[in-house]
Design a binder for this molecule. Structure first.
Ligand SMILES: *Cc1c(COP(=O)(O)O)cnc(C)c1O
Length: 424
């Protein structure tokens, strides 16, 4: 099955997000070549950045991922269940979940073989209580705050956490598998960005030294997400955690594009046109009349809107590619994005001064023709990057925003030769 052949699977929504699992595997190989000696954790939080949790996780494992990582424990439970059902042995799919709260079910996490992140002694106490009750040690990764002020123990708090970890390990309640952190500016090539990353690394080293003094020497040290993998080899350590790059998108397209990085965007969002009609010059489109037909125009209607995760901020600013019998047609999005639909300008109609005479009134596209919003770019369509720029946001938000109700359809498209990883 190829991605191009796949039609929406008739779950009632006409749109579909086609996910190319061969692209996921290809991207993983590119990232592995960029961080050769490091274990690869595939970051599949937020429904695998909108691509679909279990199918992406299974593909990543098939592609050689060593670990899986999610943010929420709820996602980790869903993922473990999905992997168990898919027959993936737990030993082949170590899984780290990094958000813990006082209401987290740590006992269930230990039973599901989910590694937990520990930043604070109170979390450690709760984890130890669960481990003691189960008679089984919890696997933990101690998190150090290296300058993001998000989760993680500050260096000031770390000695107390380290000695509590040491005691818990001596009591057989925890196995300290990892020590880790996350960087805030690894995609920033400016002098300040470089200094920030150097500081993260320095603080991480200081944290590791504090742990070592307490007799804690974790087997897996990990610091880098995609931007660290690509641009900071000094921060690779024992494992790296790829997210956006796994999905074929650049952590910062202004630094390097997907194409320049050899990555293939894995998700293509498309929907069939539900209407094609002519409006007269001067006719407004959508709420507020923010766009007015400059001449007699063909208008197409796309059944996706902000209720599906199409950011309203792209109103009048993005484009789709319509695949008509005559070939691909670039059609700008006109007027405001509605809750479930938006309009596109398919070009001048007969009687308009700028209408191509050859067209003799034929519509440039038909209802049912597929409009591609974004994808790999192979068919001339935009990348998520272009939609992100239109909405003044980042590609991460474009893909993770897609409603879970939009059918995800999986296939494997052959990797084009020019995208083959030269390191393979
Ligand atoms: C999201 C996330 C990642 C992956 O980041 P990318 O920039 O998408 O590669 C890695 N580690 C942590 C802790 C994260 O929250």
């Amino acid at each position: 099955m190829t991605v191009t052949d796949i039609q929406s699977e008739g779950r009632g929504y006409p749109s579909c997000a086609a996910v190319d699992l061969a692209a996921i595997k290809h991207n993983l190989s590119v990232l592995r070549a960029a961080a050769p000696g490091a274990l690869q954790l595939a970051t599949v939080k937020a429904n695998a950045y909108g691509h679909g949790l279990v199918p992406v996780a299974v593909a990543a494992l098939e592609g050689g991922a060593d670990w899986l990582g999610v943010a929420q424990l709820a996602e980790a439970f869903a993922l473990r269940r999905g992997l168990d059902e898919a027959g993936v042995p737990r030993a082949d799919a170590p899984l780290l979940a990094w958000i813990s709260t006082s209401s987290s079910d740590f006992a269930a996490a230990i039973e599901a073989d989910i590694d937990l992140s520990v930043s604070w002694t109170w979390v450690l106490a709760d984890i130890c209580a669960a481990a003691r009750a189960l008679g089984r040690p919890a696997r933990v990764h101690v998190k150090i705050d290296t300058g993001m002020s998000r989760a993680g123990s500050t260096l000031a708090d770390l000695p107390a956490l380290a000695s509590a970890l040491r005691m818990a390990a001596d009591d057989g309640l925890v196995d300290v598998v990892g020590a880790w952190s996350h960087m805030s500016r690894a995609d920033d090539p400016s002098e300040e960005g470089q200094a920030s990353t150097a500081s993260h690394v320095r603080i991480f080293e200081e944290g590791l030294a504090i742990l070592a003094e307490a007799g804690i020497t974790p087997r897996i040290r990990h610091l880098s997400a995609t931007s660290g993998i690509l641009w900071h080899p000094e921060a690779h350590y024992d494992m790296v955690r790829a997210g956006i790059g796994l999905y074929g998108l650049s952590p910062d397209p202004s630094v390097a594009s997907s194409r320049e990085l050899g990555l293939i965007p894995a998700l293509e969002l498309r929907a069939p046109l539900t209407s094609v009609k002519v409006v007269e010059a001067g006719t407004p489109a959508s709420y507020g009349g923010t766009w007015v037909a400059p001449t007699r125009r063909w208008i197409g209607l796309v059944p996706l809107g902000y209720g599906d995760g199409i950011l309203r901020a792209v109103s009048n600013r993005a484009r789709v590619v319509v695949h008509s019998d005559a070939g691909p047609l670039n059609a700008p999005l006109v007027g405001r994005v509605c809750m479930d639909q938006f309009m596109v300008d398919l070009g001048p109609a007969q009687g308009s001064p700028d209408a191509p005479s050859a067209r003799s009134g034929e519509p440039p596209a038909c209802p049912g023709d597929i409009a591609t919003l974004f994808g790999s770019g192979a068919g001339g369509e935009a990348l998520a990057d272009e939609w992100a720029e239109a909405a003044s946001t980042i590609n991460y938000e474009i893909v993770t925003h897609l409603g879970t109700h939009i059918p995800r359809v999986y296939g494997e498209r052959p990797v084009p030769t020019q995208e083959r990883n030269p390191h393979e």
